[in-house]
Write a protein that binds this ligand. Structure first.
Ligand code: MG
Length: 356
């Protein structure tokens, strides 16, 4: 049976956050994302999502819509299962635009699952539908951060990801209060979002040593992989790279420089699942574990991300929590969450219902 793409439709979605979230790039009040569907001649539909984030992917919501319109013209008539060829077609037409391409890629995998009659985590090779996610704390006063940390732990979270990188002094104070509030059994990781220099990172991480930090994510600017390798030798916490890692080639550069203990894959940076699998393969071959993180994505893209985690033993960590901050999600299905445990749906593909 030869299936053909007959149309691709997409629309902007703006979702208010329960509370604004502050990171080094600024304060975010709304999630703005694009939901899309790839329609086939068999009447089957694959759903995808493009959630661009300017400071990281270089795309705006409007630029993503323009590129999706161009990709639509190129992909109509193609076989949606020819994922390798579709990625090549997209890459030959446009450099970058990783979130736009991720939206298409996710929809193709949703379709593939539906054609096979299997949930995405099984399509990707997995056999267990459960994933433990962390929860992210934005930058606020150290006292408020400690109070939210306590509330999340009471809700069942065992891993906290704490945003840092604006004031080193406040970062240390926040970690001290958070550790005191949550006790010794909760795992803490910090994300500085490129906010530090080698010197400030060494000093801040030394000051945080008594509070047992699992990992420091993206301490230095994205381009400074060599600096990160140097920093990694000076501190005891594991080093994770996020903004430095978009493609499998970036993963290889990180490995060659011995710059990270763990790599943070995000579908919106990698152009979706197909290249994300290659990143994980490079990392695994080098003995480096991966995490899958997210942008401000709805349950649609989060289901794709969580399915990837569920499918791969080398992906030991998940930071797939954006939907928790939304006042209301515009999609349903995909998974259930209880405490910090996500259980993926057994429905074919993403198992997501979208009203579009
Ligand atoms: Mg990050």
């Amino acid at each position: 049976m030869q299936v053909k793409i007959t149309d691709i439709k997409f629309e902007k979605v703006k979702i208010k956050l329960k509370e604004p979230i502050t990171v080094t790039f600024g304060t975010i009040e709304y999630a703005e994302t694009i939901l899309l569907k790839v329609i086939t001649d068999e009447g089957m539909i694959g759903y995808g999502e493009s959630a661009p984030f300017g400071p990281v992917t270089g795309e705006s919501l409007d630029s993503t819509l323009v590129i999706l319109g161009e990709l639509r013209k190129l992909l109509i008539g193609m076989d949606p299962l020819a994922i390798e060829t579709i990625h090549k077609t997209m890459d030959h037409a446009f450099y970058g635009n990783t979130a736009a391409k991720a939206g298409i890629d996710i929809a193709l995998y949703d379709l593939k699952g539906k054609l096979l009659g299997q949930p995405l985590y099984k399509v990707l090779g997995g056999d267990c539908p459960k994933v433990i996610t962390d929860i992210t704390l934005g930058i606020d006063t150290p006292e408020k951060m400690a109070a939210s940390a306590k509330a999340y732990v009471e809700e069942g979270y065992r891993i906290l990801k704490i945003k840092a990188g604006i004031s080193g002094e406040d970062d240390v104070k926040a970690i001290k209060l958070i550790r005191k509030a949550v006790g010794d059994d909760i795992r803490l990781r910090i994300d500085a979002n490129q906010g530090w220099t080698v010197n400030s990172a060494v000093n801040i991480m030394k000051a945080m040593e008594p509070y047992k930090i699992d990992a420091i994510e993206q301490p230095l600017p994205y381009w400074d992989v060599e600096g990160t390798a140097f920093l990694r030798k000076q501190i005891t916490s594991a080093v994770m790279l996020d903004e430095s890692l978009h493609s499998p080639k970036d993963a290889l550069r990180i490995v060659r420089n011995d710059a990270a203990d763990i790599m943070n894959i995000k579908l919106m940076k990698s152009c979706g699942l197909y290249p994300a699998l290659k990143i994980n393969a490079v990392a695994e071959s080098a003995g480096v574990n991966c995490m899958v993180g997210c942008m401000m994505e709805t349950k649609l893209a989060i289901t794709a991300a969580a399915s990837l985690v569920a499918a791969k033993g080398n992906i030991t960590e998940a930071d797939v929590d954006s939907f928790k901050f939304f006042e209301d999600d515009t999609v349903s299905g995909g998974f259930e969450i209880e405490g910090d445990i996500i259980t993926l749906s057994e429905k074919p593909g993403l198992g997501i219902e979208v009203n579009m």
